[in-house]
Structure formats: structure tokens, C-alpha cells
Design a protein around this ligand. Structure first.
Ligand SMILES: NC(=O)c1ccc[n+]([C@@H]2O[C@H](COP(=O)([O-])OP(=O)(O)OC[C@H]3O[C@@H](n4cnc5c(N)ncnc54)[C@H](O)[C@@H]3O)[C@@H](O)[C@H]2O)c1
Ligand SMILES: O=C(O)[C@H](O)COP(=O)(O)O
Length: 467
């Protein structure tokens, strides 16, 4: 492997580089660890790397309030390609490509709920945790769902367009009272709303709909206890989607889009459409792909229903019974600030302490603070038997004492956090231990968290050692 001479310079820990909570013995402060960056194919321009800072790469418009959570003395935030050696990626709806995830990237955070724009399964194979921000934008979406119900019930948009056209002709005052008969509607009170997916958005929508005097039916086969406690008392839970929608005047979809077998692609298809009540309004503020456009068109052509969606649709965009919005659900100041802040805090926690929360592919993992005179290793492995024992053996072989340790797994990934005693080790070659552990079969990557931003990461890239 060709490695830049400059970046091969071992970096020495000095008190100035240590975080406020990092306490290392004097001898440990002299231990050098190779934190250079290899010249890998997808690596990019190594000259833009700033030692001693975590680099965050962003896509989309991310709230400055969220980005301010990254202290500028420890982090640099750059947009898209300007960030060549990112340690973490922060994004909203940008469709992330694998090529945009350099070997340096340790984590990805979606400022929002849906992670279908991130290749999550591939990231799991590469040992990269993907995070989201559960609930951070739910209120914003819920408010727009309520707005969608009103738009679908009253001819508000037609009325606004009509006023514009009358205004242009100078006829508004003369014609309004006569013409308004064209724009009659119906009320929400007393009607039935079916909420499909009772998560953060669905539960909040159900609650507010009850307050509006609606009868609420809900369907969620994986309803969490946390969300069940938020549901209105009067909600009627059903055991299936068809049962939920069949008597509903409004149907709100609030489920994730999941591709593939057993997923949610086109869940609103011919069968569901055939079971919709006459005049039913389908609200899709979840993802466009959940609705089979052909089936919906056929349904709208033959029935008196409406489709209100927050997503583009090449077939339905100009259908007279459709109202489409340009993905505005989470576009409020409050939601953008909350989602970006939560994502930034989650990434900081992971980069600085190894903690995992709000991940969609890694197990929730949290260890108490690193004890004094210890170094924290985190190791990402395939979820196969024996890994923990092999890792522990490597520490033992180097005469290193494990002070505390946690091993968690989820799907094909296992995550280990190990705090190792540094006392009594005048010269311990942590670099060597890290390399031995990282190159164990089944290990994907490792980090040594010293408190020096951006350092101590190593990857096992199909048998090659990347540091
Ligand atoms: N329009 C927007 O701007 C916007 C904003 C936020 C979220 N969203 C979309 O809304 C979705 C839901 O967001 P959330 O914050 O409520 O997420 P959430 O994870 O809190 O809730 C999703 C719920 O759906 C349930 N569910 C999953 N599959 C289901 C199925 N097949 N049938 C019924 N229930 C099912 C889950 O058990 C969960 O309770 C997101 O995945 C995202 O795609 C859109
Ligand atoms: O899943 C989400 O959180 C929403 O679709 C919001 O997307 P946005 O952050 O691009 O507005």
C-alpha cells in the first residue's frame, strides 16, 4: 500500500490535544499511534485533512443550529465533495451513493426519520453505523397531515385559484358569493381516520384527530409500548390493513419505505384501493413508493376519492383528484433545528465516546465513562461466534487488563467497547494490538478513542489493513 510520508508521521498525544475528560499517565502521553490515512482508491485528496479535528461532510440544507453543536475547535464541517476525508456524514434526503462514503467515514446520520435514501444494508456490511432522529420532525409532519385532511375535504386550492383568476379579471367582489357554491366541502368532525403506522407521526396524528372529533382506527403490527402509551384512548386497533381502511373516510400512511420482499413497496395497491370507501381521502406523507400509482389512478378515475401526497408522482401529478406537495413535511424551522441537533449530538456521542443510540443498523450500546488511566477500544465485527473471545485474547496476549467491556449485536453486526487499563504499561504498543485485533477474521473496523479528534481508526478491508 502506498502511504503518504507526511501522513505516516506518528502523532503524539500531548496534554493540549487531550479532551477535558481524558486523563492519561505521563508515559501514556508518549505512546505514538499511527493515525495516518492511506492512499486508497476512494480516499480523495489527503491534503485537505486537518489533524486534530473531526471532519463532518454534509448533504442538503442542514440547520445551522444543529451544525453549531459541533464545536469548531474539534470539528470542521464541509459540504459534499469539499469534505474529502470525512469522519462522519450528515444528510437529509440526499440519495447517498456508496462511492460518496470514503474509507475514513465512521458513521452516517440522517437528520430525519426515513433512511431509505441511505444504502443501509451495504453500510452494515462495511461496519458503518447509520443513525436517524426518531420523532424530531414528527410534529411538523403531523401538522401537515392535518392540513392535508383539510385540503382533501374542502376545495381550498380550487377556491384560491379561482380567487386569483377573478382578481385578474377584476370580478372578485361581484362573483364570489355566487361562485362559492362550486367549492363546497365536508367537515372532519365525526368522520373516521385510519392511521397506518402508529409511530411518532402516526400516534401524534391519531391523538390530534381525536381532538378534532374524529373516530380513529389504527393499524401497526409492530406497535411499540412507547407509542402505544401516546395513542388516544378511543382508538380502535385492527389486525390488518384492509380492516383498518375499509370504513375510513381518511387514511394516513405513516410507515417507513422498505424495499424488497416483506417490505412496503406499493402497499397501497389494487387490493387496498378496492377496499376504500367511496370518497375516501388517502394521505401519503410517508414515501411516494408506498403507493402503486397505476392502482391509485385507476381508483381515482372510477371513484370519488382523493389522493394527497408529499411526494412527486409522474403519473398522478396532474390528476384532478390529486394534491401533491414538494416533500414539505419536515420543512419547518423547528423540525429542521431539532433533527439536525439530534443528529449532531448522536454523531458526537459516537465519535467521542463510542456510544450508539438511534441507529437503524447497529445495536444500542452505552458504557459508563472511560475510567481514569484507560484507553477505549471499539471493535465492529461480523456477528459470528467466538469474536469476543478472540478480541479478549489479543489484549491478554499483550498483557493488557480489561477494565470494562460490552458486546452487543444486531442482525449481522456486533459491536464491542473495551476499556483497557494503561497503568503499569510504560511502553505499550497499542498500535500493534489494534492491528492484530483489526486483522482478525470477521473484524470490520476498530477505533482507539484517545480524545484526539479524528484519530485511531483502522479498517480491515478484505484482508488489507487501512489506518
Ligand atoms: N413527509 C416528510 O417530510 C416525512 C417526515 C418524516 C418522516 N416521514 C416518513 O414517515 C415515516 C414514519 O415516520 P415516523 O417518524 O412516524 O417513524 P416511526 O419509526 O416512529 O414509525 C413508523 C411506524 O410504522 C410501523 N410500521 C412499519 N411497517 C408497517 C406496516 N407495514 N404496516 C403498519 N405499520 C408499520 C412501525 O411499527 C412504526 O411504529 C418515515 O419512515 C418516513 O418515511 C416523512
Ligand atoms: O424522513 C424524513 O424525515 C423526511 O422525509 C424529511 O426529509 P427532509 O429532511 O429531506 O425534509
Amino acid at each position: 500500500m502506498i502511504v503518504s510520508t507526511l501522513l505516516r508521521q506518528p502523532r503524539h498525544l500531548t496534554p493540549a490535544l487531550l479532551g477535558p475528560t481524558t486523563i492519561l499517565s505521563r508515559s501514556m502521553a508518549d505512546i505514538s499511534v499511527e493515525h495516518g490515512r492511506g492512499a486508497w482508491k476512494t480516499y480523495g485528496d489527503i491534503t485537505s485533512y486537518q489533524p486534530g479535528k473531526f471532519q463532518i461532510k454534509t448533504y442538503n440544507k442542514i440547520s445551522p443550529i444543529g451544525l453549531a453543536k459541533f464545536p469548531s475547535d474539534q470539528y470542521e464541517v464541509k459540504e459534499g465533495d469539499a469534505a474529502q476525508n470525512a469522519h462522519a456524514i450528515l444528510l437529509r434526503s440526499h440519495k447517498l451513493q456508496e462511492e460518496e462514503v470514503n474509507l475514513t467515514v465512521r458513521a452516517i446520520a440522517r437528520c430525519g426519520a426515513g433512511t431509505n435514501n441511505v444504502p443501509v444494508a451495504r453500510m452494515s456490511e462495511l461496519g458503518i453505523p447509520v443513525f436517524n432522529t426518531p420523532g424530531a420532525n414528527a410534529n411538523a409532519v403531523k401538522e401537515l397531515v392535518i392540513c392535508g385532511m383539510l385540503l382533501g375535504s374542502r376545495k381550498i386550492i380550487d377556491g384560491i385559484n379561482h380567487m386569483y383568476s377573478l382578481g385578474e379579471q377584476g370580478l372578485a367582489k361581484e362573483r364570489v358569493e355566487k361562485d362559492k357554491a362550486m367549492f363546497g366541502g365536508r367537515e372532519l368532525k365525526g368522520k373516521t381516520l385510519a392511521v397506518v403506522g402508529l409511530g411518532h407521526i402516526g400516534a401524534a396524528t391519531a391523538r390530534d384527530a381525536e381532538q378534532l372529533g374524529m373516530h380513529v382506527v389504527g393499524y401497526d403490527p409492530m406497535l411499540s409500548i412507547e407509542n402505544a402509551l401516546k395513542l388516544p384512548r378511543s382508538i380502535q386497533l385492527t389486525g390488518g390493513m384492509l380492516e383498518a381502511v375499509k370504513n375510513a373516510d381518511y387514511i394516513s400512511l405513516n410507515i417507513p419505505y422498505i424495499k424488497g420482499e416483506g417490505g412496503t413497496h406499493g402497499v397501497i395497491g389494487e387490493e387496498v384501493c378496492a377496499n376504500l370507501k367511496k370518497g375516501a381521502v388517502v394521505l401519503n406523507f410517508a414515501r411516494g413508493e408506498l403507493v402503486d400509482s397505476e392502482a391509485m389512478k385507476k381508483h381515482l378515475d372510477q371513484n370519488d376519492g382523493r389522493y394527497v401526497s408529499d411526494f412527486p408522482d409522474d403519473l398522478l401529478w396532474n390528476h384532478p383528484s390529486t394534491i401533491l406537495l414538494p416533500h414539505l413535511g419536515a420543512s419547518t424551522e423547528e423540525a429542521e433545528d431539532a433533527a439536525a441537533s439530534m443528529a449532531a449530538e448522536t454523531i458526537r456521542d459516537f465519535l467521542e465516546t463510542g456510544t450508539i443510540r438511534n441507529s437503524v443498523n447497529f445495536p444500542a450500546t452505552s458504557l459508563p465513562n472511560r475510567p481514569e488511566n484507560s484507553i477505549r477500544f471499539t471493535v465492529v465485527t461480523k456477528n459470528v461466534p467466538g469474536m469476543l473471545a478472540h478480541i479478549s485474547e489479543k489484549f491478554a496476549a499483550s498483557n493488557l487488563n480489561i477494565l470494562q467491556q460490552i458486546n452487543q449485536s444486531r442482525g449481522n453486526v456486533a459491536y464491542n467497547v473495551v476499556d483497557v487499563d494503561t497503568k503499569g504499561h510504560e511502553v505499550v504498543d497499542f498500535k500493534e494490538v489494534q492491528e492484530k485485533i483489526t486483522m482478525l477474521e470477521g473484524v470490520l473496523s476498530s477505533r482507539v478513542i484517545y480524545g484526539v479528534p479524528g484519530t485511531g481508526y483502522a479498517k480491515n478491508v478484505e484482508g488489507d489493513y487501512f489506518v
